[in-house]
Design a protein around this ligand. Structure first.
Ligand code: PGA
Length: 232
């Protein structure tokens, strides 16, 4: 399984140092682990991962290669810090930075060009789910947001499940993961949205769930290390 920690905009240096140390010390199992700290902690995390199998991820990157783009970080800069994954199209970036499907796709293509594997988020809002439109929404995102190359990972994150403590039922997760897998065979599909140390084992057993994208629970080492050890 691929277990990805999304720290979002959390952690000052001392917190990050402590968290990385605790995660590293107690990490067990054979899963692939990726930690995506804020940009400011990438260098610190890179140093801290020396001698471990933990991989480094970022939470976004620019679609541009370099130049006059104040505040942006390029894929090449990430490669320079040994970043291997980048989360793209997270619902928080779509909501607060107006990221479109087309922009996410372009960013993904740039990341792939620089040997960084994008983890591309898709998922419906609560209104869309209530209106019975989940599959239509997800299909449109699949068609418009994913790059042509197959060198990426999908994260299915129902927006209403992110940070709320709510999750779809196991049957609902299976239905959507099967639907995505049918459209995109051979691509890993992570589940994200209120994954925690208590629900990870049962969700991991659902067909076509290849791992997790974990927000809140990834900031607590005791919780994240349980999720990191999940097995099917
Ligand atoms: P959560 O966040 O685990 O806190 O719900 C997941 C995410 O936003 O990737």
């Amino acid at each position: 399984m691929l277990i990805v920690a999304n720290w979002k905009m959390n952690c000052l240096k001392a917190d990050a140092e402590r968290l990385l140390k605790q995660i590293k010390q107690n990490l067990a199992g054979n899963n692939d682990i990726v930690i995506c700290p804020p940009y400011t902690m990438l260098s610190l995390a890179e140093t801290s991962f020396i001698g471990s199998n933990i991989k480094l991820g970022a939470q976004d990157c620019s679609l541009n290669e370099n130049g006059a783009f104040t505040g942006d970080i390029s894929a090449k800069m990430l490669t320079d810090l040994n970043v291997e994954y980048v989360i793209l199209g997270h619902s928080e970036r779509r909501a607060y930075h107006n990221e479109s499907n087309e922009l996410v796709k372009k960013k993904a293509e740039t990341a792939i060009k620089h040997n960084i594997k994008p983890i591309i988020c898709i998922g419906e809002t609560l209104d869309e789910r209530k209106a019975g439109k989940t599959k239509d929404v997800v299909l449109e995102q699949i068609n418009k947001r994913l790059p042509d190359s197959s060198n990426y990972v999908i994260a299915y994150e129902p927006i209403w499940a992110i940070g709320t403590g709510l999750t779809p039922s196991l049957d609902e997760i299976k239905e959507i993961h099967d639907f995505i897998a049918n459209k995109k065979p051979n691509i890993k599909i992570l589940y994200g949205g209120s994954v925690n140390e208590n629900n990870c084992n049962e969700i991991a057993k659902v067909d076509n769930v290849s791992g997790f994208l974990v927000g809140g629970a990834s900031l607590v080492a005791e919780k994240f290390n349980v999720i990191a050890q999940v097995s099917i």
